[in-house]
Write a protein that binds this ligand. Structure first.
Ligand code: HEC
Ligand code: HEC
Ligand code: HEC
Ligand code: HEC
Ligand code: HEC
Ligand code: HEC
Ligand code: HEC
Length: 366
């Protein structure tokens, strides 16, 4: 930008400030970034007449500007002005790759991406519109996406979802990038397929769950409860800033989850025990061989259960094929739910054959 054009843009931003109400949401109640007490510089704390070229006259480009207050690199009076240090959270073991990819964000971009050759990215602005966010609604104004109302064939089928100017519920923001994106890496899954309410079972994110008897649920939760993506994907430091920015646990998980077999311990399956009573699971209140498998045979929850949802099986049952093989007698790995909690499984696990006749040749123990 040459020097002559700068004053013109300066006037523009000053005009916008004078007509403050022209900025979406400004003027309707107290928004953190517009609060005169916490942010006395108002618009000028982020914008300036000499803004960085290629931005909306912002003092610094991209997240560097947010880190002035939400990090530890701010200078002078701005240092640590916000209580929340997001920069440090993004440096954890597992995190959204904001710092590495936010330069690819475009204000008028289309998400989910329809072109597989576009580079994948995530920026603060994808989840936050700073002019209108408030303490109660930190993601207010962010765009959203709903997979097709009629989802059609199950699997990565044709893209026919609905793009929304403003998400109404948090998971719609996540689906911008974790569902039908054409540039989703081959090793990352379409999460909307897993939470499809037409599935046989799912954790109750998009709608209430299908199982009307989940005795392990902790106080405060029941079969009609709804949970969010961030019930599980959140900062592991519960006294730090909340949100799915980063965690020291894999997959940005709020608590530990060991997915391979080994001795049972509260910390191994910590995340499940946040909502499901350990005493109920190990006390066989539902599946009457839970304890036998989890404690005696040291089988991980993940060997039998998926975390999001299962297209085919009730009870979130899907076996981890890294551990479980098809039954010796042939045929595919199969789960047959049984009335009165007497399910049957056809599979081979560490040499133990579960067949039509029973387990290792012995009749089913029911
Ligand atoms: C906390 C930092 C922050 C504050 C405070 C702030 N802005 Fe912004 N503003 C931004 C960012 C970031 C963008 C770019 C948004 C994008 O790229 O999606 C922006 C964009 C804009 C735009 C371009 C159009 C748009 O809405 O995206 C205008 C106009 C604007 N701001 C005016 C204002 C005015 C007027 C004020 C004071 C009432 C203000 N801003 C306060 C961060 C801020
Ligand atoms: C001038 C300082 C400042 C800058 C720059 C700034 N923030 Fe904030 N932000 C605050 C303060 C103060 C709060 C109130 C809560 C707190 O102390 O953390 C806040 C709160 C938030 C919240 C929580 C929701 C809310 O509105 O209370 C979000 C989300 C947020 N900021 C995102 C951003 C993003 C994204 C950027 C960069 C585009 C940014 N902020 C830049 C000062 C700032
Ligand atoms: C603008 C795009 C975008 C949005 C919106 C978004 N993500 Fe992500 N997410 C990414 C990218 C990029 C990665 C890095 C891995 C990849 O490319 O899938 C990632 C990684 C993750 C991971 C770690 C995956 C792993 O295997 O380690 C989780 C968990 C996650 N996101 C959850 C969420 C949740 C929950 C939301 C909604 C609150 C959300 N994301 C919204 C782009 C996005
Ligand atoms: C009940 C807890 C729970 C909820 C709710 C939940 N997740 Fe997860 N998620 C997990 C666990 C545990 C893993 C890691 C093990 C696995 O892949 O099943 C995971 C893995 C992921 C991954 C990495 C998958 C990959 O490709 O390897 C992404 C991305 C993700 N979740 C996004 C989401 C989104 C988006 C939502 C909301 C629509 C959501 N999750 C809701 C527990 C949850
Ligand atoms: C993938 C989406 C996503 C991205 C990217 C993201 N955030 Fe957030 N952020 C969230 C969600 C969701 C919450 C709300 C958590 C809640 O409701 O408890 C949140 C909460 C926050 C809060 C409030 C935390 C608290 O404890 O009050 C701040 C501040 C914040 N984000 C700043 C940022 C900044 C700055 C960036 C970029 C450096 C950023 N966020 C990037 C999704 C995101
Ligand atoms: C050997 C396979 C297996 C393992 C390992 C296993 N489960 Fe299960 N689980 C089942 C079966 C079978 C059911 C009954 C499903 C149905 O409704 O048909 C079940 C039901 C459940 C239920 C729903 C009913 C209730 O008790 O509230 C929860 C919750 C559950 N399991 C959690 C866990 C957790 C947490 C772990 C790990 C600590 C775990 N399971 C390990 C097979 C297993
Ligand atoms: C944030 C709370 C929360 C967390 C964390 C959580 N669950 Fe759940 N879970 C629920 C709720 C609520 C239901 C009840 C849904 C219903 O009624 O179908 C449920 C139901 C289940 C069911 C029964 C589903 C069915 O359709 O039969 C299984 C199995 C299960 N959870 C396993 C797990 C495992 C394994 C973990 C750890 C990876 C876990 N849950 C973590 C809240 C949670």
């Amino acid at each position: 930008m040459d020097k002559l054009k700068r004053p013109a843009l300066y006037l523009l931003i000053v005009l916008a400030m004078a007509l403050g109400t022209a900025v979406p949401g400004y003027g309707k109640g107290i928004k953190s970034h517009m609060d005169r007490f916490t942010n006395p510089d108002q618009c000028m704390s982020c914008h300036s007449g000499y803004g960085v070229i290629g931005t909306a006259l912002l003092q610094r480009a991209r997240e560097a500007m947010c880190f002035e207050c939400h990090g530890d690199e701010g200078t002078g009076k701005r240092k640590n002005r916000a209580r929340t240090n997001i920069k440090a959270v993004l440096e954890k073991v597992s995190a959204h790759p904001v710092v590495d990819t936010s330069h690819l964000h475009r204000t008028y971009e289309k998400l989910p991406e329809e072109d597989s050759s576009l580079e994948r990215h995530v920026a603060c602005q994808d989840c936050h519109k700073v002019h209108i966010t408030s303490d109660e609604e930190p993601t207010k104004g962010a765009k959203g996406y709903i997979p097709g109302a009629v989802r059609g064939s199950i699997g990565d089928g044709p893209r026919r979802g609905l793009r929304k100017k403003q998400a109404e519920i948090e998971y719609e923001i996540c689906y911008l990038c974790h569902s039908d994106s054409a540039n989703r890496p081959s090793d990352s899954r379409n999460i909307a397929v897993e939470f499809n309410p037409l599935n046989a079972s799912f954790h109750p994110v998009e709608s209430t769950g299908k199982n009307k008897s989940v005795p392990s649920l902790k106080l405060g939760l029941n079969e009609n409860s709804r949970i969010g993506c961030i019930s599980c994907h959140d900062n592991d430091d519960r006294s730090g800033p909340s949100g799915p920015h980063g965690s020291d646990n894999e997959h940005i998980l709020v608590a530990r989850y060991r997915t391979y077999d080994g001795a049972e311990h509260t910390s191994a399956y910590e995340i499940c025990y946040l909502c499901h009573r350990r005493s109920s699971i190990l006390g066989d209140e539902s599946f009457n061989l839970h304890r036998r498998h989890i404690v005696v045979e040291e089988t991980a929850c993940y060997t039998c259960h998926v975390s999001h949802g299962s297209e085919l099986n009730i009870g979130l049952i899907e076996f981890n094929v890294d551990v479980v093989d098809p039954p010796g007698s042939g045929g595919p790995i199969t789960y047959v739910p049984g009335g009165g909690n007497k399910p049957k499984c056809y599979l081979n696990c560490h040499g133990t054959d579960h067949t039509v006749d029973g387990i290792d040749g012995k009749a089913w123990p029911w």
